[in-house]
Structures are given as C-alpha cells and as structure tokens.
Design a protein around this ligand. Sequence first.
Ligand code: ASP
Length: 340
Amino acid sequence: MANRRDFIKKTALGTLGISTTIGCKDLAKGEQKAPVLPADYATVKPIIISTWKHGFSANESAWNVLTNGGSVIDAVEAGVMVSEGDPNERSVGLGGLPDREGKVTLDACIMDHNSNCGSVSFLQGIKHPISVARKVMEDTPHVMLTGAGALKFALSKGFKEENLLTPESERDWKKWLEQSNYKPIINIENHDTISMLALDENNNLSGACTTSGAAWKMHGRVGDSPIIGAGLFLDNTVGAAAATGLGEAVIRTAGSAMVVEQMRMGKSPTEACKTIVERIYTIHKNHKDMDYLQVGFIALNKQGEYGGYSLRSGFDYAVCDGKQGNRMEDASFKMEWNEN
Ligand code: ASP
C-alpha cells in the first residue's frame, strides 16, 4: 500500500503544476492501482485512448510525456510514434504492408485544441509521418501535403529517407501477388491504424492518427486516416473522435466529425460512435464491400468520458488514466463477421 501513498503524493504534486511520475504501465499492475483519488483526479484527467492493442505501448509513451510536463499535442505525437517505429506493427510506418506495387505509402494527421491541424498522405520513405504532419501544421500555411510534395517538404525539414519495406512485409506482398486477390482484412490480429485521443489536466484535447493504410491497395490510394473529419476530428468545446477500418466507408460518412457532432448533441461517446456505425451500416448494407466491411470509432469527451464501438466484433482499444492505469477494453459492436 506504500504505492498508493506514493501515487497520492505524486498526483497531489501534479495538481500543483509539478510534473508527476506515475507510469501507466506501473498503474496497470494490480497492486499499484489507487482506489481513492485526490479530488482533482475525480474526473480522470489526463486520459489517453487509442485504437487496437498497439495502443497500449503507445499510451505509455504518451502518458510519460503528459506527466512529465509535455503538452497534449507532444503526447499524442510521441504516442503514435511508438507504433510507427515498430517493424512488427504491419499496418503503420516502418514494416507497414505495402500497396499492390510493393510500395509502403503512409497517411497521417494531427490536430490540437485550437483546431490547428496538419496532414500528409501518400508519403513514402519517412518512418514518422505523424511528425511530418505536425510540421505541416506548424510550419506551413496549409493543412495537407501529399506524395512527392510531402516527401520534399519532409526532407527540407531534416527527416531522413529510408526503406520502410521490411523483409517480412516484402515476403507477404510476394505471397499476395500469387493470387492478387484484393480483400481488405481489418481485425484484431492485423492491428491496423493507430488513432490516439488525449485530454490533459487543463481540459485541452489533441488527436493523432497514422497508418500504412489498407494492405495491397491500389498505388496512390489514400484512406480516411489523413483526412481531418474522416479519420480524426476534435472540437475542444465538445470532444474528439477517431476511426479505424475501411477508410472508404469512413470517408463516405465524414465519420469522426459526425461522431463529435453526436456528442455535441448530448450523446455519450459510446452512443455517438454507435450512431455513426449504424449510419455506415445503413449506407453499406447492400454494398459490394459489405462482406469485409469493418469500421470502428473511439471517442473522448471534455468530461473525460470515453467509448468505442465497431460494426463487427474484434475491435479493442487502450485506455490510460491516473485512476485505473493502462488497460485494453473491448468495444461493443453491432454484428458478428458471419452476419450481413
Ligand atoms: N482506415 C485505414 C485505411 O482505410 C485502415 C485501417 O484502419 O485499418 O487506410
């Protein structure tokens, strides 16, 4: 129980503006969970949520930034960089599965509490597209740069060009080429896009989203993930939302922006996500994509309430706060994979 005392001491220091050292990882270990919280933590701020299992380690990194004096935008950037830099994550950054021509092409966007945003799409050869997106936000008059222009910009900012196609991803691509049968697979094993949303102690939101997109996509295809309003959206007076899944379906419905609008109208984060998933289902139920359609949303409101919802089973997300530590939660869903 000494740990609980330490926790309270550290959180009390945090409320005085002194950086805290609580580790999400440590808090996840049962004995270090704090059953009683100082009043300032009653609203569980700060809080970080992110998609899929790789969100767990991304949350740890973001939490370290947030609790050591970093800003919320620094935190979400540092968080998703963990997945981008991990060659074993086959749907983000280094090691991401390539398009049908064997090229790893990356999409990412970032947004802060003042509605500043930056984005890159169809970017090749840069391991951390989220950091390029942040530079677009901060150092250009634009929101989005794409392809060769985005690469040129990244190089001008000192980013290094490197080969992102790992031997494992190249092997899988060559195997796919044997049949060349395009069918997006979005499930818990594949891990997919990382989207992260965070709310800091000052009540400010930020979000980040980064992906190598759908494996074996057409060369030049851009998904929802770099599109503000589709893959990610936030309004600092309401809340934030982000998507994973078949980007085309999320773009058709302006998914994340709509989830935020549902929260503005009073819905809880989970209900807001569910409403837009239902809308996606209604639009796609007779669509050729329906057999493999999966979409999932996460959402976080200004009170620190969060939720997630997906069309089909298998979507989970990582949540980290000072009350319960870092943990995985299963999203509720509309249907099983064998239903239509
Ligand atoms: N939304 C991403 C895309 O369509 C893929 C994913 O989340 O799995 O590019």
